[in-house]
Design a protein. Structure first.
Length: 235
């Protein structure tokens, strides 16, 4: 990716289309891709996705589908019809569910580029203590590696994981898949509700394909300047 703007995804973690539009306008040409997650999608529905896609922006639909294969497949089909570039499913939903998602994305593309199905491995809010509380033993990295293997073997072309695991993922599985990393904070930013965070430069150096940045940009006094500063760290 010669243009660092292809690496940056700005998280629209707001509750109204008005607030989302304000962020997009303030960021301007400093970013091309935006994450629409559960907060904004629940508040505004698919119309905000259509609006962003219609304006030429790339949309990362981060709803983390996790259900029986048929239900996830039909949801992915509808997301593909919206024109999203990327979407998320939980890798822990299992191989059949992952295959259903991938097949639905492919079948719904109608000649257009199919959305990239990203399998979420371990949430960046979880550490080894929290994993143990939900009955998962062996640590974060072991779980991320296990779920990535499952996702890639069932057709997913990308995963979501912390950049803290990115280097090990590249070593184990190579370069031919996408790694999207949330939990990215510029130096000096607080971790908020993330447990495993890195800087933009650290994330890219570790092997991340894309970084997701929210509040450090969206709550900045000058979102475009903050986005440009982050781009300077990943170019």
């Amino acid at each position: 990716m010669t243009d660092p703007r292809q690496r940056l995804i700005v998280a629209l973690d707001v509750s109204t289309a008005v607030a989302a539009r304000k962020i997009v306008a303030a960021v301007g040409d400093s970013a091309h891709a935006y994450k629409v997650g559960m907060q904004l999608y629940t508040a505004e529905g698919p119309s905000i996705v259509r609006e962003l896609v219609g304006s030429g922006r790339r949309v990362f639909l981060d709803l983390k589908y996790h259900d029986i294969p048929n239900t996830v497949g039909t949801a992915v089909r509808e997301a593909a019809h919206l024109g999203v570039t990327m979407l998320t499913v939980h890798a822990s939903g299992g191989g059949k569910m992952l295959r259903a998602a991938v097949e639905a994305a492919r079948a719904s593309s109608n000649g257009k580029p199919e959305p990239l199905v990203l399998a979420v491995t371990v949430l960046t809010s979880l550490d080894e203590t929290e994993l143990g509380k939900i009955g998962l033993r062996g640590g974060v990295l072991e779980q991320v590696l296990r779920l990535t293997a499952l996702a890639l073997s069932n057709g997913c072309k990308g995963i979501v994981a912390s950049a803290l695991e990115a280097a090990a993922l590249r070593e184990e599985f190579g370069q031919d898949f996408t790694i999207v990393t949330p939990g990215v904070r510029p130096a000096g930013s607080g971790p908020h509700d993330q447990a495993r965070v890195v800087t933009p430069a650290e994330a890219i150096a570790a092997g991340a394909s894309h970084i997701v940045v929210g509040r450090p940009i969206t709550e900045a006094s000058d979102p475009a300047a903050e986005a440009r500063a982050i781009l300077g760290q990943v170019s």
